[in-house]
Design a protein around this ligand. Sequence first.
Ligand code: ASP
Length: 437
Amino acid sequence: MIKVVKFGGSSLADAVQFKKVANIIKSDPSRKYVVASAPGKRNSHDEKVTDLLLQCFRLAGEKRSIDETFEKVANRYREIIRDLKLSFSLDEDLAGIKMAIMHHAGCDYIASRGEYLNSKLLAAYLDFPFIDAEDCIFFDDAGKLDSEKTEKELSQVLSLHEYAVIPGFYGILPNGMIKTFSRGGSDITGSIVAGAVRADLYENWTDVSGMLMADPRYIDNPRPIAEITYRELRELSYMGATVMHDEAIFPVRKARIPINIRNTNDPKAPGTMIVSKAASNLVDTVITGIAGKKGITALHVEKDMMNSEVGFGKKVLEVLESHDISFEHLPSGIDTMSVLVESKAIEECKGSITAEMVKKVNPDSITIVENLCLVAVVGRGMVATEGTAARVFTALARNHVNIRMIDQGSSEINIIVAVEEKDFSTTIKAIYDEFVK
Ligand code: ASP
């Protein structure tokens, strides 16, 4: 049994957290490969080491002193080492990194040093070998992950070690420069490592006990989700419910490795299992989760006999394409077609989009409706349960929410409603109460 375990920044923010992490790892010998983030926030006013390093990069670019900010970075590590009573030092590394920043090293290199230093430190504390990501995570010339080379190299290097710590977040370009994933990218490294060693489980340790059925900003104490499929997770995270970096799903999904989201501060909690195929489609709440996003604008295009005009939809979408805008949803009727887009994407080009549509498809009318939001009700249990849509709509009607649009994905695992932004929290609460309470 092999488990790959990834610990996020808050799990490795100070010595107290390091001790919890070590206990978790040592309590299960199958936790063999550890992927570490940079130290995160210790409290809500604190700064993440990655942010401090990026500040150093900017200061150096403006030819200002980095002394004070870099000292904050160095002290984070020195304090952890001191509090863990380790006879280990990162001073040489720190001096080299400071020098590199002052000599205008690349942004990604600087940002990546938080993970590099923290992983070295964790490896020393656990007495595990440290394997640098620059030796086994490869990007191509275009800056995309070179999965084939990475998998080959990683599995080979790790086959030589029973246990190891690998820094998250970065790898190397063919020209020898360090490149990072986007922010939060240690999740991706964890997933890549899990795929490469054919792990039985990818444990992603963070500071929440798994995913919740709804956003706690709108629902008091929402129920945790025990099990969710990759497809359900995709639907929810697309709507803004994230516990993990979006791209982290793909490497493990391909290898059919389940992910377990766990809480470093509550290791007994089972967390959320993310799986390819759930043990059962009979979910007691019918729905798995609710999520939503604000800032949506609808373009309604109307034209009599539109249904018989071949290529109408294509032309409408071509107008968006020529403005480099992707659409969110596309509900349509017989003589109407609606395109839902992110408001901020069309803010500055509404006029030219309308003008081009008039020219291209000569519609009877184009109406723009702003200040909408989308709420998705997601659940594999919906396929097998009658009346789910009726329950969603009735709950909204009861709460006086006017539904502006409805879209049910063809996979039948989601129902998406567009409502006015002012009804956002009422919508989420009404649906949650209907299915969960
Ligand atoms: N340290 C990086 C960040 O703050 C990457 C990560 O933690 O996953 O985004």
